[in-house]
Design a protein around this ligand. Structure first.
Ligand SMILES: [Zn+2]
Length: 278
């Protein structure tokens, strides 16, 4: 097999396995449980999951999406998480080949996938992903082909401050209409929801900045807001979403970050050349 093809296939398989691990982290970390012990078990019947029942995607298909012990349904989000991570690693391998760039991209995309999972299920961006991710982005900026520490720090700080400003403005607006934003569905009794841009999103923006540098980060943020607004309007049109309830923003930042990772610079220069024509 050609070396590049071999690397791409290996990267995809590695991605499937990392995706399987990210599923465990996304399931356990928000509950404060260890991600290494005890071994995975069915949440319904407690039956220990054997290694051959834990093969990414395949096991889920062979088991017919049910636990082998109690026949309880296994959510499709597990194989989807594995598939998404495998495809992301494949894309990074095809984009960068066997270089430090591949490691930067694989780490960044793994953090984004973890964020999508925890934000959709728990309205939570793990500090390990956002703060830990910012530190990882700063360190990896020094690897060959990286954006360099100065740009990484400056963009992380800039993105953090921008999102902090958005939070302060949204809270100021809400002061005049305090009951306008309702808590997310199922979170009525939980503390910490004030209707402003969440701290998890603010820290996640810093992480994206640390990995991508200025222009791609601007593209990522722009895509996140446009996609968030579009999905919100779409869900409202379907009657699936109440106007006054928020939508988790992490998945949109993750989407913007992933697109900007691969196409941020061309999108930014296309925008600048169009803007220059006006
Ligand atoms: Zn079971």
């Amino acid at each position: 097999m050609h070396a590049d093809a071999f690397f791409a296939v290996s990267a995809a398989i590695l991605g499937l396995c990392i995706g399987s691990f990210l599923n465990v982290v996304a399931w356990r970390a928000p509950l404060g449980q260890s991600v290494v012990a005890p071994p995975s078990a069915c949440p319904a019947c407690g039956r220990r999951i054997r290694w051959y029942e834990n093969i990414p995607i395949l096991s889920w298909i062979i088991l017919g999406a049910r636990c082998a012990g109690c026949r309880e349904r296994i959510s499709v989000r597990y194989p989807l998480g594995e598939l998404a991570t495998g495809l992301c690693f494949l894309a990074a391998a095809l984009h960068s080949g066997p270089t430090a760039g591949f490691i930067r991209e694989a780490v960044f995309l793994s953090l984004l996938i973890l964020t999508v999972q925890t934000d959709l299920t728990h309205w939570l961006v793990l500090d390990e992903a956002s703060i830990g991710g910012t530190v990882a982005g700063l360190i990896l900026s020094l690897t060959p082909g990286g954006i360099g520490m100065v740009r990484s720090v400056a963009t992380a700080a800039g993105a953090f401050l921008l999102f902090l400003a958005i939070r302060l403005v949204s809270l100021l607006v809400l002061r005049r209409r305090p009951d306008y934003v309702l808590p997310p569905e199922g979170m009525e009794d939980e503390e910490g929801f004030d209707g402003g841009m969440g701290w998890g999103d603010i820290k996640l923006a810093a992480c994206i900045g640390a990995f991508l540098g200025p222009w791609p980060t601007a593209v990522a943020v722009f895509i996140a807001f446009v996609a968030g607004a579009a999905v919100g309007l779409f869900l409202m049109a379907l009657g699936r979403h109440e106007r006054r309830r928020p939508i988790p923003f992490g998945p949109f930042l993750a989407l913007g970050g992933a697109i900007a990772l691969f196409a941020g610079d061309p999108i930014a220069s296309a925008y600048l050349s169009i803007a220059g024509l006006l």
